[in-house]
Design a protein around this ligand. Structure first.
Ligand code: SF4
Length: 211
């Protein structure tokens, strides 16, 4: 067994398996270049073959931390932005975590495949759909940002298949899969020049050599 949800039926989740947490620069998408505190929750059943955080998949390998202790860590850093990522964070009930972050005047951002029902209080929702486990169509209307990882040129057509499901003001990004960046970037640049509603996203944290 790889993972299973920690949310018992009818129970409120008040602790979360945390793989890592760190203060850094958001490297991707609309908030690229902005200081942010990241909380990487464990658990993922999406199974992307190119996943660069496979160690996050197994919930049992990561310590459970109380919502209070997780939020207390974020208060040590000045940026108001807290990014909840994974793994697939929507495998968890994020209501308590995001509610307490808001009480501490933090901005809550999520990075998700959207393959599970949306929950929690969010200031920014970045949906990065994955072919390996499709996003729930009803989630896409809530996306502040749609970030599609491009592994090969057929992914442009796949990316377009989501554009009628997001809101008119959703920001659209195409981001090369890291191991394919050199090959795919020229295609992405050409595509964005032809389809100006899209923007290029690079993983600049990898160039900055920060987590
Ligand atoms: Fe990895 Fe994210 Fe895909 Fe899960 S959804 S397999 S964590 S890239």
């Amino acid at each position: 067994m790889i993972t299973e949800s920690l949310i018992p039926l009818n129970a409120v989740q008040v602790s979360y398996p945390v793989m890592e947490h760190f203060y850094t620069i958001q490297g991707e998408g609309f908030h690229q270049g902005t200081a942010a505190y990241f909380i990487r929750l464990a658990g993922c059943e999406v199974g992307c073959v190119w996943c660069d955080v496979k160690e996050s998949w197994d919930i049992a390998k990561h310590p459970l931390k109380s919502v209070e202790s997780i939020v207390a860590e974020t208060e040590k850093f000045p940026s108001p932005i807290v990014v909840i990522t994974g793994g697939e964070p929507l495998m968890h009930d994020l209501t308590e975590l995001t509610s307490l972050l808001h009480k501490k005047n933090k901005k809550t951002h999520i990075e998700t495949s959207a393959a599970y029902p949306l929950n929690g209080e969010w200031d920014w929702i970045c949906i990065s759909p994955k072919k390996f486990k499709a996003p729930l169509p009803e989630n896409l209307a809530f996306a502040s940002e749609l970030k599609v990882v491009v592994f090969n040129t057929s992914d442009f057509k796949w990316a377009e298949s989501f554009t009628h499901l997001v809101s008119a003001d959703c920001k659209l990004f195409l981001q090369p899969e890291w191991s394919r960046e050199k090959e795919m970037l020229p295609f992405i640049v050409d595509y964005v020049k032809q389809h100006h509603q899209w923007n290029v996203s690079l993983q600049i944290h990898k160039y900055l050599n920060v987590p």
